[in-house]
Design a protein around this ligand. Structure first.
Ligand SMILES: *Cc1c(COP(=O)(O)O)cnc(C)c1O
Length: 480
């Protein structure tokens, strides 16, 4: 499989060639030149597979430069009960991503796809754990080393650290805003003692951390000299790994490939739902893909009006579903590329306009009138909706959900169609956002046994100013 840039002006590359990089040289994002197709018969033949072997069927369509037996071994090593059953209740304990039906609503079944029982209790582990193993594999093959520099407001950083800890050839330097993450999130990251993981607590906010990463990445000489890489949400390996659980969710919800299913996805950077779009383009019978946003509703605005307007930092709200607090959706360009008929020049022009004018407006264009063929719907949830939904799901179904998943359930309920099961992707466990759960329910969030003492573990973190040069000096003195 060859990969092309969404801006149409970079050479095509293979899976392993794009795995360790970020943006394409022309500033675009990589996508396969075509989406491999899965027939209904093929889909039905995957019903009895384990998650790891289903992942093999899907991923082998995308990474033909990894020998079959290596890929299968990597996937079986990644998707194990040990790694993915941390917080799991007794039912379906062995499954990597079980489906829990909540019940009947609006003439159909409403369910949650569990994706948050990996090491950091958020769905990002589903892809990031695989990325860790793929990175180690690729670096070993090429005899290279990589130093990952990232910025996090919580979930991405911890998922990356737990994926890369102890991996050969990889160091992780993660910037986080000092004192701005939940106590649980900082404890998760800072309690890691692995010598290849470095936590840098920056005196500043998340945007300061991100600006530092950008400044270092833009220093080409430094970047090459110190082999700096990233694992942010535009990484193709992360997106494609996420495609797998849409197949899994579909297979668990249906008996035959003649049935349709809809998914609602709590969305921020459009990475998760982009994987759903790709699954649908491959032929998975998805009726609708519902993007659920919080108050930072860039995506809901686009799908309902045809206007894409990136927000300024000052306009970006800090909400109680913080992992969806985005000012622009960094993976959205992948969908736009498909929407404009894979026209790289047009995509480039549209995203230049995002940089210069803050957005674009396709409301009067034919592509917007015809967008229905892609199955997207969208909605928005607020702090009050979130609290209400956490409360009524708890009362109605005796299930505690996290704030992001609650945004999903809230919006899903507005789009239920009789006879078409609606699956909401569970993106984190409630304990990660325990402060809000306590407010909603008046009792503490459930905490999986393995995490009960996390806040009392010794922490390993370096304090640093919001200063690019200090970060560069730290990097230069801590690399091997
Ligand atoms: C990252 C994250 C999201 C948003 O996912 P995107 O791929 O950025 O759309 C939603 N919920 C949680 C809990 C997350 O960690």
């Amino acid at each position: 499989m060859r990969y092309q840039s969404t801006r149409g002006n970079s050479p095509q590359q293979s899976f392993l060639e794009i795995l360790l990089g970020g943006l394409a040289p022309d500033g675009g994002l990589y996508l396969p030149v075509e989406y491999p197709q899965v027939s209904p018969a093929q889909l039905d033949s995957w019903r009895s597979l384990t998650y790891a072997d289903l992942a093999y069927e899907v991923l082998s369509l995308y990474c033909d430069d990894i020998p079959e037996e290596d890929l299968r071994a990597l996937l079986r090593k990644t998707y194990t009960e040990q790694v993915y059953c941390n917080g799991r209740k007794a039912d379906n304990a062995k499954d990597i991503s079980p489906l829990h039906w909540l019940g009947e609503e609006g003439g159909t079944r409403l369910g949650l796809l569990s994706l948050s029982n990996g090491p950091t209790l958020a769905f990002k582990d589903m892809a990031m754990q695989l990325l860790g193993n793929l990175f180690e594999y690729a670096l070993k093959r090429s005899g290279q080393k990589l130093n990952i520099l990232g910025a996090t407001s919580g979930d991405t950083g911890s998922a990356a650290e737990y994926a890369m800890r102890g991996k050969e050839g990889v160091n992780v330097f993660m910037l986080s805003p000092r004192g701005k993450m939940s106590a649980f999130q900082s404890a998760q990251m800072y309690s890691l003692q692995d010598p290849n993981i470095f936590n840098l607590a920056v005196a500043g906010v998340f945007d300061d951390c991100q600006d530092i990463v950008k400044a270092v990445s833009n220093d080409h000489v430094f970047k090459v000299k110190y082999r700096i890489g990233t694992v942010n949400s535009i990484n193709w390996g992360r997106v494609v790994a996420q495609v797998v659980y849409y197949f899994q969710g579909y297979l668990l919800a249906t008996q035959s490939s003649s049935e349709k299913v809809s998914f609602t996805v709590p969305s921020g950077n459009f990475g998760n739902i982009c994987a759903g779009h790709i699954a649908r383009m491959m032929g998975l019978p998805i009726a609708h893909l519902v993007a659920a946003t919080n108050e930072n509703d860039v995506l809901n605005e686009f799908f309902s009006t045809g206007v894409y307007r990136a927000r300024k930092s000052a306009e970006t709200l800090h909400t109680s579903s913080p992992s969806m607090d985005i000012s622009k959706a960094s993976n959205f360009e992948r969908f736009v590329f498909d929407l404009v008929g894979k026209d790289g020049a047009q995509t480039a022009a549209m995203f230049k306009q995002v940089d210069t004018a803050g957005g674009f407006d396709i409301s009067q264009e034919l592509i917007f009138q015809e967008m229905g063929q892609y199955g997207f719907q969208s909605g928005r949830s607020t702090h009050q909706n979130r609290l209400d939904t956490i409360r009524n799901v708890d009362q109605q179904y005796n299930i505690m959900i996290d704030t992001h998943t609650a945004d999903g359930v809230k919006v899903a309920r507005d789009y239920l169609e009789p006879g078409i099961p609606m699956i909401v992707l569970e993106t984190a466990l409630p304990i990660k956002f325990e402060e809000t759960i306590e407010i909603a329910l008046g009792r503490p969030a459930e905490c999986p046994e393995a995490f009960k003492d996390i806040k009392s573990k010794p922490q390993r973190v370096e304090n640093i100013d919001a200063d690019v040069n200090q970060v560069k000096t730290f990097l230069a003195t801590h690399l091997d």
